[in-house]
Each structure stands twice: as C-alpha cells, then as structure tokens.
Write a protein that binds this ligand. Sequence first.
Ligand code: FA5
Ligand code: MG
Length: 378
Amino acid sequence: MGWRPMSSSTRDQIQNEIRSLPKDAQYNAPAAVLDKVGRNIYQIPSHPLGIIRSKIFGHFRQHYGETFEFVEGLSPIVSVSQNFDVLNFEANHPGRSPIDTYYFNSQQLLRTHTSAHQVDLLRSGKEAFLCVGDVYRRDTVDATHYPVFHQMEGVRVFPGGNDLDSERDLKQCLEMLVDDIFGKVEKRWIDAYFPFTHPSWELEIFYQNEWLEVLGCGVVHPAIMEAGGVSIEKGNSAWAFGLGLERLAMVLFGIPDIRLFWTEDERFTSQFKEDTITTFKPFSKHPACYKDIAFFLEDEHSFAENDFHELVRTIGGDLVESVTLVDNFVHPTTQKKSLCYRINYRSMSRNLTNEEIDRLQQAVRAALPTALPHVTLR
Ligand code: FA5
Ligand code: MG
C-alpha cells in the first residue's frame, strides 16, 4: 500500500535525536510537523518530488558532467548560526522569529532553507554542488502552503572568476534548466534581496497563464565566501540558487493541493512512475461508484446532451462527480441511435451506501421519460 517503505533506520535515528535534544522556552515544533522529519519523500523514485529531483540531477549530469556534486540526507536540525548568522541575516530579521521558525531551543532549529548548508559544504572543499532537503516554516495552511516543503540548493564557485562571469553563468544555467523542465517558456528576472547574495534575483516563468516564482538566486556575498573558506583576494566568485520542489511539481503534475505530497493513499501514489511526468487525476477521499444508463433516441435532433446532464445534476446534486458518454451505436434494423452514459457518484465528505446510489439511479431513470420525451430507456 502507498509508497514502497523506506529504510526506517535513518528515520528512527533522527526521531531519536529529536527526542534527546534539549528543549527550552523557545521550543515550538508541534508533533505533526516533527513526525515528517526523516520521511525523505523526495528520495522516493516514483514520488512527484523524487521524479523532479531526478530530472534536475539528470539535467545537470547531461550538461555539466561530473562538475556538480549531489548532496542529500543532511539533517534538517541545524543551528541558529548555520541557518541565519553565517548567512549574514540581520539580528532583527523576521525569519529568525519563532513566529516563522520552528525551534527546539534557543540554539537549534529546523532549517528554513537549504542555504543553511552553503557554508559547511563550501568549507568541505566542494566547488559546485546541488543539495536537496526538507525545509520547515511556520505558515498558514492552505492549498499552496504547508509547514514542510522541499528545496534544492545549487552553488558554483568560479576560481579566479569575477562577479559578472558568475551572473552570466548563473542566469544561463537556470534558464536552460527551466527550458528543459517546462519546455520553452517565457521567463523574467526580478530583482530580489537575500542577505547572503548580492546582487539577487528571483526567476519567474509564465506558465498556464500566470507568472510563477520558481527560485531565488544571486552572486554569493563576500562574507559567505569568506566563511566558507573561499578566498576572495584571489578574485574568486560564486553563484547560488534555491528552488522549491513543490512549486515545480504542482504545476508540472497538476497537483492541486500541497497536502497531497504527504498522502499514502494509493489513488495518489499509484499514479506516478519513476522518470515520468504525468497529469494528476484528482480524486476525493471517499470511494466512487458508477452506474450506467442507456437509451434510444426516438428523434436524434431533439436530443441535447446538456439536458441529460442537467437532469442528472438536478437529481444527484453534488453527489454526482461526472457524467460521460461511454457508448453509442445505431441499431441495425430500427436505425435508432443508442447512447450509454456513465454516472459517477461520489461524496466529498462520506461513503455512500449502495442503497443510496441505487435510489438516485432509479430516480434518474424514473425522471427521464418526462424530462426527455424523445428518448426510450433500454
Ligand atoms: C530562500 O529560501 C533562499 N534560501 C533561496 C536562495 C538560495 C536565494 C540561494 C539565493 C541563493 P525563498 O524563501 O524565496 O528563498 O524560497 C525559495 C523558493 O522556495 C521559492 O522560490 C519557492 O519556490 C519555494 N518556497 C518558498 N516558500 C514556499 C512555501 N511556503 N511553499 C512552497 N514553496 C516555497
Ligand atoms: Mg521568495
């Protein structure tokens, strides 16, 4: 059922770590959020997030060979220093507030972005990397916001390079990536601000009739280069970007609600296949039941399909999810046209009983001759 189970050891390990962390007055992470830590759904090959991640990795391999190192599985439990201080966040930056951020104690928190690893990864000697992980932010809960989402961080150092080279390479790299993922789309660069890059931009794409922000990026700030052990005296330069995987997945797969990424419901999980982008077919949380109804048209020209749809809606109300024509043929001797419609019944809020659905279907059949006098039930 649901996703193939992940190895539970990393999850157990991090859950144990969470239990043993010192908590103080700053502690504000609820159990439902903590429960997501270590699930690593972005590593499931057939999960929409996993499919996007692999597609981006594949793109970078194809265009840059072994240049970029792929980093995953870093613990989302980081220090105030990693998430904010070394990234040059002002002391009174609102992001630091426990209104926006989940803390365990005054020093340890759930990372709010994958940028929290920039400096450590630079320090470890990596010059180009992509880093994927779950990030946590306190926020309102609606179709596009969830306290846990996923980011991919990209960083590339140009030893001996200058900032203009970085900017040119950054923009070209990201435009190419977006074209590869979305097909050729209209894009625009918006000036932005991040404490750890300068200059900074956001990339927006025009997709399905609206501008959509997909990432933030910029030329790495000298203070971060220095903290990461990359000497700026030698004229080194670097770029960085951070993109949201859910944003991309929601538009690419047509997933309407960010909560769906966490469901184990097989009607969601079974829709996706490794390496394949498909359009999500929505379902409600309760089972559907369909009934077919077939009739002959006594006078083909006096039948309007909309009239039949309306009749079904009038009787079935919101319990009718869809009405579709599933068969049509002409009777060989009478030459009368026969239509067969499938009515899909489904409640958004409860399970329907067979008796209830039968009663509705009977009511439709009973109403048909009066509502559509030119048809004969089969
Ligand atoms: C950041 O998090 C920066 N760390 C990005 C960055 C990295 C800038 C490196 C410069 C250099 P921001 O908060 O805008 O920036 O988030 C980056 C992306 O994450 C957004 O463009 C969006 O795609 C995604 N994102 C942000 N908030 C949410 C949210 N609540 N739900 C889903 N996706 C989100
Ligand atoms: Mg932003």
